[in-house]
Unconditional design. Structure first.
Length: 306
């Protein structure tokens, strides 16, 4: 059967169409719009422009879904809508105007989906997963391939860029402010700050772009494996406030064309967290929240079952 999965995130709104038969599923199509919903929060409230952009995109998705007769539609929203003070009213309006029934998932649910989705790519029995979104970062601690703890931190690449960056790319001073903000969030969650791991698994658009950038800058390294020791240099290349060379501009445009304003804040968040955990590397995983949603909500698999 064909299923459309719509993921309303803090930075992007995505639709993926899968063919699901029993316990097997195949990705058939992906569509993405970079919206930056976290940037449409004004004093915690999702403003009219953010709602209108969401409605327009979902109407386009529904036109596609109806044209091809896709009967099973699943839609969920994460940090931006979850944290909005007018969340309920905004979701009710979006559903009424588009016909898309949107479910707001909690931070713990999002972390569970991340874990289930990425399980197939875990090479090490023990470690920590990290999903850096636009409005939040999900942290999952696992031991012997089983989840032991999960946390949703109010630490997102778009939200922190909005709070601390005045231009498209941060200055050196703004990079220091981002690091300090990330440290402050970690200080507020002692259980997370005390985690230690040699190896991490990373998910989400920010780490996808960071992985591409790492591959361009360090071509001899293992694909999709980010060396934590390389992250400060990557951030400094594009976050010093100095003019970029043509070569560096090309690297930035190739690796993060849709995330020019969030990639450096995201790398700074990643390094702050990974350094706190004493991690040596971060393995980027393509599978994440949408695949985890399929396993848990459609196929019916528990997070520690696979």
């Amino acid at each position: 059967m064909l299923h459309a999965i719509i993921d309303i995130g803090s930075n992007t709104i995505r639709m993926a169409v899968y063919q699901i038969e029993g316990r097997a599923f195949t990705l058939l199509l992906k569509r993405k719009h970079t919206v930056g919903l976290a940037g449409y929060l004004d004093h915690g409230r999702l403003v009219r422009e953010g709602i209108e952009k969401t409605v327009k995109i979902l109407r386009g998705f529904m036109e596609f879904i109806e044209t091809f007769g896709i009967a099973h539609v699943h839609a969920f929203a994460t940090a931006a809508l979850r944290s909005a003070t007018n969340s309920r009213a905004a979701v009710e309006e979006i559903t009424r105007r588009t016909g898309v029934v949107v479910r707001i998932v909690s931070g713990e649910e999002e972390a569970a989906y991340d874990f289930i989705g990425a399980t197939q790519n875990i090479e090490h029995a023990d470690g920590v997963m990290m999903d850096i979104g636009g409005g939040s970062t999900e942290i999952i601690h696992y031991v012997d391939h089983e989840m032991r703890g999960r946390w949703s931190l109010p630490l997102g690449s778009l939200a922190i860029a909005k709070a601390h960056v005045g231009g498209l790319l941060p200055t050196a001073e703004e990079c220091r402010a981002i690091r300090a903000a990330a440290e402050s969030v970690l200080d507020g969650v002692p259980d997370v700050r005390q985690l230690r791991t040699r190896h991490m698994v990373g998910m989400g658009g920010v780490l996808s772009s960071a992985s591409r950038m790492h591959g361009l800058l360090y071509p001899d390294e293992t694909p999709r494996l980010l060396r934590v020791s390389n992250l400060p240099a990557m951030a400094e290349m594009f976050g010093s406030g100095a003019s970029l060379s043509e070569e560096r501009t090309a690297v930035l445009l190739r690796s993060a064309p849709d995330r020019l304003h969030t990639i450096i804040p995201g790398i700074l968040i990643a390094h702050t967290i990974a350094d706190t955990f004493a991690a040596a590397d971060i393995l980027y995983s393509d599978s994440g929240v949408r695949e985890g949603y399929i396993w848990k909500e459609i196929i019916g698999v528990d997070e520690n079952e696979r």
